[in-house]
Design a protein around this ligand. Structure first.
Ligand code: 5AD
Length: 365
């Protein structure tokens, strides 16, 4: 039933701004979502285990150069406790996320993963930045099931500009040399379910490059695809650049007019090119449109939500961008309002770990 759009069609959709026309895209993405992954919305409990970061990404509030961040790292017990709470909330998966933090050592995290796996039935997803093959292999051995690493943009020049290489490393010269795409291939070889994604509306990002990103999702056969609008953070170089561009007509054209709408289009097209992938309605969507960003994501191709399960006292310190949705939500309340919100759009919380089932379409009508 699903005809995969080709490059020309993808570009045409990304340029389409007529709401009546777009309605056809939303309906098609929603139908493909329903047929391939059903009405269950899988809940992944997000635990932000450390906001330390050694990198200088131009978009992210946790960059090492941002001295105004009070840095924290959860203890093993705090992580275990947060994982238990995520399970009690109905999550089948816990996602351990952090900045790129060398203080998270291979043995320490290996023990945390083993403890979660032995005490709960949760799937464990890691989202810890660019780590070495050896570290990734040991965490896989310890029982980690999945890994998330967005490549952010497949445009090598843009990636270089926003993501300075670590000291001693060279930047990206071609897509094949994209360090994160190389790591995604390693993750797949190690047996991780592998997730990636992009930000939409990065200053200087072209619509053509987003079409290319969507082709890369398809080529990499990703199990999970996370897409969120770029949200400027004032304490970052890109936050400052956005302010300047807004006040200067000459620079204003480097800014995308409606990153929120472009993010929905990207979600919908990602569903069409990877019909059986797990695609979250991201926190960035819920932040840019507090009223119904999450619901719109779920109605335009997404099938996953990631409730924030970080202990409350740390939550506001994990400020990758400002005014993040869920900052003050207590995880229990978040869960209750979430299931009510899911029901209102004809969906329900999924059970089990919600892993990707690449053969599901064989049973689909
Ligand atoms: N706006 C939106 N998303 C952001 N991320 C980091 N900084 C921002 C920002 N300013 C996203 C990146 C990263 C993920 C964890 O958060 O895509 O991979």
């Amino acid at each position: 039933m699903n005809e995969i759009p080709d490059r020309t069609q993808i570009l045409r959709w990304l340029h389409e701004n007529n709401p009546d026309q777009l309605d056809a895209l939303w309906r098609r993405a929603d139908e493909v979502r329903r047929v391939y992954v059903g009405d269950a919305v899988h809940l992944r409990g997000l635990v932000e285990i450390s906001n330390h970061c050694v990198r200088k990404c131009a978009y992210c509030g946790l960059r090492v150069s941002n001295r105004s961040v009070a840095r924290y790292r959860l203890s093993a017990l705090e992580i275990l406790d947060a994982a238990r709470k995520a399970a009690a909330l109905g999550c089948g998966t816990v996602v351990l996320q952090s900045g790129e933090d060398p203080g998270i050592t291979v043995d320490w995290l290996g023990n945390v993963i083993r403890a979660i796996k032995s005490e709960t039935a949760l799937a464990v997803t890691l989202s810890l930045g660019e780590r070495s093959k050896e570290e990734l292999a040991q965490w896989r051995q310890a029982g980690a099931d999945r890994y998330l690493l967005r490549f952010e943009t497949s445009d090598p020049n843009l990636f270089n500009a926003i993501h300075p290489a670590r000291a001693g490393n060279i930047g990206v010269r071609s897509r094949e040399g994209h360090p994160r795409i190389a790591i995604l291939r390693t993750l797949r070889r190690l047996g991780f379910e592998t997730g990636s994604g992009i930000m939409v509306g990065i200053p200087g990002q072209s619509i053509e490059s987003i079409a290319e990103d969507i082709s890369v999702f398809r080529e990499l056969n990703l199990d999970m695809i996370g897409i969120g609008p770029f949200i400027p953070h004032p304490a970052t170089p890109l936050g400052g650049a956005c302010d300047r561009a807004r006040s200067s007509p000459a620079h204003a054209r480097t800014l995308m007019t409606d990153p929120e709408l472009m993010a929905y289009k990207t979600v919908a097209l990602s569903r069409l090119v990877r019909p059986d992938a797990n695609i979250p309605a991201t926190t960035a969507l819920a932040t840019i449109n507090k009223q119904n960003g999450r619901e719109l994501g779920l109605r335009r191709g997404a099938n996953v939500v990631m409730p924030n399960c970080t202990p409350l006292k740390y939550r506001k310190l994990y400020e990758i961008y400002p005014a993040k949705a869920c900052i003050d939500e207590n995880t229990q309340d978040a869960g209750e309002s979430l299931s009510a919100r899911l029901q209102r759009i004809g969906r329900h919380a999924g059970s089990g770990s919600g892993r990707r089932n690449p053969f599901v379409h064989l049973a689909a009508p």
